[in-house]
Design a binder for this molecule. Structure first.
Ligand SMILES: Cc1ncc(COP(=O)(O)O)c(C=O)c1O
Length: 374
């Protein structure tokens, strides 16, 4: 049996180990925030934003950002139906109503026209999720946001390395959030980042992230509001800071892998992959293949075939509206529903070899020869 090909694995070198050991040995007392500060500063510079706050997860960063925008009971937040559960969970926790709209057929990100149509007087935000590294149409979304005075939140959990007309994903909206979960291009095991250019929002989220204790508060054990405990530890930040020293290398490798797949698969008729329109760069977090409906290549066929060859198969996100907790809201988005049944994410960890990638593409090619015989 061939060795297993994982769909993602982090790239950890001696540098990450060295910094983590240093944090474990010395990062206490006066130095307990040292790596957190270094990591936030490096990330802030990379993104070219004013403020960055390291958090325990991207979900936590979203939760705090949404609360800081005043999102609460009875409000509505618009997002694409094709999505990971983490984007919608904070909306529900805040007592607001998620409004699921359909995706664009080519970028698989939120359709801005449908987002505009879904705006009501109760709309408090639109979440632009840059799916699998693909970029949302930010010009249109920001224009809509301005027209209706609705903030655009960027969920860039999957989009480190993606650039939209010179601006990095996550740096364009009212605030942006990132994930450093172990499957991501840059990892701290678990972790996230909140970024913004808005000084007031920054202060509020900083306070929220530390149990509601404001930065300038000198009274010991005094909270100024009820907040959260969504801080990142210094040891995690040490790993993150090491990864930031290697950020270009990490992104380049993900792009290289995406490029390999695109070169070898887009030549097959009826296959589309991650989009990279003129003036943009796709960070290549998750190479994804979508098969035209007419080909008859389904998720179930793909899952079976990948498993047979000891390769991790990762399904395209299910529409959130199809999950039990949202079914009674009666959203139905045709593209989001249809695409998931004929798509798959491909393995893309940094250390995979060309032979590994060949094993993956060979499976897809074999489906085509099989299919043409059907
Ligand atoms: C689009 C999106 N948003 C949010 C998250 C949540 O990230 P975390 O697991 O760090 O909370 C993820 C995680 O994979 C994601 O893909």
């Amino acid at each position: 049996m061939n060795s297993r090909i994982y769909y993602t694995k982090p790239s950890i070198t001696e540098l990450e180990v060295e910094y983590a050991m240093d944090a474990a040995r010395n990062g206490w007392g006066d130095r307990c925030y040292e790596y957190i500060n270094l990591f936030e500063e490096a990330f802030r510079k990379h993104l070219a934003v004013e403020y960055a706050i390291a958090t325990s997860s991207c979900t936590g960063a979203l939760h705090m950002g949404m609360l800081a925008l005043g999102i609460g009971v009875g409000d509505e937040v618009i997002l694409a139906d094709t999505n990971w559960i983490a984007t919608v969970a904070p909306i529900v926790h805040l007592g607001a109503k998620p409004v699921f709209v359909d995706i664009l057929p080519d970028s698989w990100c939120i359709d801005p026209d449908l987002a505009e149509e879904a705006i009501t007087p109760r709309t408090k935000a639109i979440v632009a999720v840059h799916l699998y590294g693909n970029l949302c149409d930010m010009d249109r979304l920001l224009e809509i946001g301005e027209k209706y005075n609705v903030p655009i939140i960027e969920d860039a959990a999957e989009a480190i390395g993606s650039v939209y007309h010179g601006k990095r994903a996550g740096s364009m909206g009212k605030f942006g959030v990132f994930s450093f979960h172990g499957t991501k291009t840059l990892t701290t095991g678990e972790g996230g980042m909140f970024v913004t250019n808005d000084a007031d929002l920054y202060e509020t989220v900083l306070t929220l992230s530390n149990h509601g204790r404001a930065r300038g508060q000198t009274k010991q054990f005094w909270a100024d509001m009820v907040g959260f405990k969504y801080k990142m530890s210094n040891i995690q930040a040490a790993i993150g800071y090491a990864q930031m020293q290697r950020i270009d290398e990490l992104i380049d490798r993900k792009r290289e892998i995406l490029g390999y797949y695109k070169n070898n698969l887009e030549c097959l008729g009826g296959v589309s992959m991650n989009l990279e329109p003129e003036g943009t760069i796709n960070g290549g977090w998750m190479p994804t293949v979508v098969f035209d409906a007419g080909l008859g290549i389904t998720r179930d066929i793909l899952l079976k075939k990948f498993r047979e060859f000891n390769i991790d198969a990762r399904v395209f996100f299910w529409p959130l509206s199809s999950m039990p907790m949202f079914q009674k809201s009666n959203f139905f988005n045709e593209r989001s529903s249809d695409i998931a049944s004929r798509s798959i994410n491909l393995p893309s960890y940094h250390d995979m070899t060309e032979i590994d990638m060949q094993r993956v593409t060979a499976i897809i090619h074999s489906l085509f020869s099989r299919n043409s015989r059907v």
